[in-house]
Design a protein around this ligand. Structure first.
Ligand SMILES: *Cc1c(COP(=O)(O)O)cnc(C)c1O
Length: 244
């Protein structure tokens, strides 16, 4: 299958999912996660119409983003979807326009200082650990609807983040647990959407974006309100073994 045909197939699945729940497909950004893909392959996705590209490792992005930019004329919005080590934070401004995995206050503080210094603003999403899996990064939100103490802490962290200059907090992101089928994942997406609505209401901010859904589960994520789906393998094919 060609990349263009893969993208067309994904768009059709997004359309079907939208139709099922009465959403407008234009409200969903298809983000191509192009980690491990060579610049020419990424270029083919741009030629096929995609303008939002994502990377998950700073080292790879530093060399690849300029390479991709040099072979396409279209303006690209670059998204950092992976975990960011604190010492790599200084490489983010200027390279990426949106960071999906702000998973701790310290990282936000660093990015804020760097952006403030540049007199510029970075779009960020807060990574939320909805399922409570210990292996997952992100602000802990497991059981937030029942646990008032946890909720108070989380709300406080969000307020702190909203006060950081140079960052525009656009919404929430989550990595769903690996599951045997999409339906298993649905409650995680539903929880993230509910959390977004509760935070937006209580803190009086729009938080328009919900980054959720990948190759194995994006139709369900769209049904549950995703505004950005992060897709790698369904566009580019399988990656090498042993790498995420
Ligand atoms: C790799 C990756 C994706 C895309 O995964 P696929 O299963 O290939 O669609 C999405 N989000 C993050 C954070 C990733 O690292």
């Amino acid at each position: 299958m060609s990349i263009a045909a893969n993208i067309e197939g994904i768009r059709e699945q997004i359309d079907v999912a939208c139709r099922g729940v009465g959403r407008d497909p234009s409200g969903i950004t298809l983000l191509a996660v192009c980690k491990q893909q060579p610049p020419e392959t990424v270029g083919a996705a741009v030629v096929a119409g995609l303008r939002h590209l994502g990377e998950n490792r700073v080292e790879e992005a530093v060399t690849k983003i300029p390479q991709v930019q040099s072979c396409v004329a279209e303006p690209i919005v670059w998204h950092m979807v992976g975990h960011i080590q604190s010492r790599k934070a200084r490489q983010i401004p200027g390279l990426f326009q949106m960071v999906h995995a702000v998973d701790r206050l310290n990282l936000a503080r660093r990015l804020s200082a760097l952006m403030h210094e540049r007199g510029d603003t970075l779009d960020v999403l807060l990574e939320i650990n909805v399922s409570g899996e210990a292996s997952k990064a992100g602000f802990n939100a497991f059981g937030w609807q029942e646990d008032a103490e946890l909720r108070a802490r989380l709300w406080q962290d969000c307020e702190t983040l909203l006060g950081f200059p140079g960052l525009r907090v656009c919404g929430l992101m989550t990595m769903a647990p690996i599951a045997p089928d999409m339906e298993t994942t649905r409650p995680v997406f539903r929880q993230l959407a509910a959390l977004r609505a509760a935070l937006a209401r209580d803190l009086g901010v729009p938080l328009p974006e919900l980054s959720m859904g990948m190759t194995d589960d994006f139709p369900v994520a769209v049904e549950e309100g995703a505004t950005i789906v992060r897709i790698g393998r369904a566009i580019f094919g399988p990656r090498r073994e042993n790498e995420k």
